[in-house]
Design a protein around this ligand. Structure first.
Ligand SMILES: NC(=O)NC(NC(N)=O)C(=O)[O-]
Length: 371
């Protein structure tokens, strides 16, 4: 497994200028996966034991944390993160918190899945970040309340053991627990502030839910689709094309750099499981002077299967949703969209159903992962 740099200790007090000038971060080997704690997927920080200085919901804000050195409120410095009060011991003789004292926040993942990496970002928490953090996961079906999640009957699995972290730093942790999780518990030991939380992993949908739906978008991130690879990600990620809902601005979609050759750009996807595709949507919303000029879609059945074109190279209009009904359903486990010559699309939808083989494979994986 790729060694990940760990950060510890204080950051220097803010001395003016760009607050990110001394920010500590690294390239993490798991960021090609989707963020399962993405609000766009429906994630939420549903409870915390304390949020005296700054609200828990800031953890999942998609934009990076900001810092205004002049911004103070009635309780102290306004911080862009989740920050708890300073803990005190029980007496003058022991004014310090105990080793067991810690603060916690409960996070509902937007889509249940297997977690490959977590980033606990302490941006701007220079002298008030947690001394250590730990992260646990559980799988509870339905929509449990915080009280239910805090019940003694809930089994929590350690994803990140209690580990010292650094201030004003992206503290990254690889996770290798082959289980499907629905909720996390993020612990600060003994107290402090965390700016952002990112939870990278693979969505593992509920096969019973998909079977009930019958026809659905088999490449959608929330249904277990995954953007595996792409020709270029210069302006925005390929995963954007399989996010829920329509894009609301240009960088909600996928946009490549301008090509200066005779080639074309593309994205390769893994579907929820082997599927039978009957209809396609390609949306170029908010891509106007840089919309893809043409697009084609192909499918592959099995990672070593041949590619078959199911939508021939077709002219696209800028800022338009295009719908195509396939003359005959197409079966595959992977799909690829080719755009010509470059530019972008905002969304790709592949409507169909799982084949019996696909349903069996997904059911087996769901069971293997403790679903
Ligand atoms: N300067 C501070 O940030 N102090 C306190 N935090 C806030 N947000 O005011 C603290 O206790 O860490």
């Amino acid at each position: 497994m790729t060694a990940i740099p760990s950060f510890t200790g204080d950051a220097n007090p803010y001395g003016g200028g760009d607050p990110y000038a001394d920010y500590r971060t690294a390239d993490f080997p798991f960021t090609q996966y989707a963020n399962l704690a993405d609000r766009q997927l429906g994630a939420g920080v549903i409870a915390a034991n304390d949020e005296f200085f700054a609200q828990r919901e800031n953890l999942l804000v998609p934009e990076r944390a900001e810092f205004d050195p002049e911004h103070f409120g009635h309780k102290g410095k306004i911080m862009d993160g989740w920050e708890t009060r300073r803990r005190r011991g029980a007496s003058a003789g022991h004014p310090w918190p105990t080793a067991e004292d810690h603060d916690w926040a409960l996070v509902r993942l937007g889509a249940p899945g297997v977690i490959r990496g977590i980033v606990v970002d302490t941006a701007h928490f220079r002298g008030n970040y947690p001394q250590a953090v730990s992260v646990e996961g559980t799988s509870v079906p339905g929509s449990p309340s915080p009280e239910e999640l805090l019940g003694d009957d809930v089994k929590w699995t350690t994803l990140v053991p209690r580990t010292p972290v650094g201030g004003h730093a992206a503290n990254g942790f690889s996770v290798s627990v082959e289980q499907r999780f629905t909720h996390l518990r993020v612990n600060q030991h003994p107290d402090g502030g965390i700016a952002r939380l990112r939870v990278y992993g693979e969505v593992v949908p509920d096969p019973e839910w998909l079977a009930t739906l019958g026809t659905f978008d088999v490449v959608a991130l929330e249904n277990g689709g995954q953007a595996e690879d792409a020709s270029n990600l210069f302006y925005s990620p390929a995963t954007n094309t399989i996010q829920p809902g329509r894009s609301r601005k240009m960088d909600d979609g996928w946009e490549t750099r301008r090509r200066r050759d005779q080639g074309n750009d593309w994205i390769r996807y893994r579907l929820a499981a082997q599927s039978r595709i009957r209809a396609i949507e390609i949306d170029t919303a908010y891509l106007k002077g840089n919309s893809a000029g043409w697009a084609s879609v192909s499918v592959q059945d099995g990672e070593n299967g041949d590619w078959h074109e199911i939508l021939p190279r077709t002219r696209l209009q800028p800022d338009t949703n295009h719908r195509f009904v396939l003359p005959t359903p197409a079966v595959g486990t992977h799909a690829r969209v080719d755009i010509y010559p470059d530019g972008g699309i905002s969304r790709l939808r592949l409507y169909g159903s799982l084949t019996d083989q696909g349903t069996a494979a997904l059911t087996a994986r769901h069971q293997e992962l403790g679903g």
